[in-house]
Design a protein around this ligand. Sequence first.
Ligand code: ATP
Length: 245
Amino acid sequence: AEAPALLEVNNIEVVYNDVILVLRGLSLRVPKGKIVALLGANGAGKSTTLKAISGLLKTEEGEVTRGEVVFDGQRIDGTDPHLIVRRGIFQVMEGRRIVADMTCLENLRLGAFTRSDGDVKRDIDMVYSFFPRLKERTGLAGYLSGGEQQMLAIGRALMARPKLILMDEPSMGLSPLLVKEVFGIIRRLNEELGITILLVEQNARMALSVASYGYVMEGGKVVLDGTAESLSTNEDVKEFYLGGH
Ligand code: ATP
């Protein structure tokens, strides 16, 4: 039987600045406990899709003008981003967006800002168990390597105790070795913490190696979807997104 959807995006249209139509009837579904990949060329609308879900669209003069975003059975389109974080969705932005002139630890504490509950200290230890290197880095986050910054950005997301993480291009700017490491961690977050993940990636091969299902976007809508296995053997996907053969 199909796992119940944690997130459902139904036929949304997104407009920037009241004029530029970027998403044109996009639908997708992320089952609880799964990793789903969102693939497509530059400008297809992948980042916009994530921002429509996290509410961050609002901060860029964008708006969902049609359709609906349903999380955990409730409509969230139009909701303020901080309330969406509180409901359990956290977006790890492209380009990482850590605070360069704060320490690692301070950045991690920021991730817990919407929480009133519980044990922040214990969660910091949990983050260090996934990213032991962050514990050793006591200086300013701006001096971390690219890979460490990506890890810090993911660690900060974990501090919010999300049910769903939206990841925008986690492999961007990383060496092949670090890409492998980051994807290994993405898999562990899913398997060990049960976090559901919607993953936007240029590196389709890597994305399909951890995802169970994938969507391919073009021109603001989905043009192809299927199991990760079927997409990785699909001739069109191979030709356009897996660098042939
Ligand atoms: P990339 O991998 O290059 O980020 P993408 O698939 O994530 O591509 P988006 O970033 O969602 O695509 O962009 C989709 C389209 O929306 C592009 O044509 C882009 O120029 C436009 N766009 C993105 N952000 C804005 C904005 N804030 N205002 C106006 N147009 C925007």
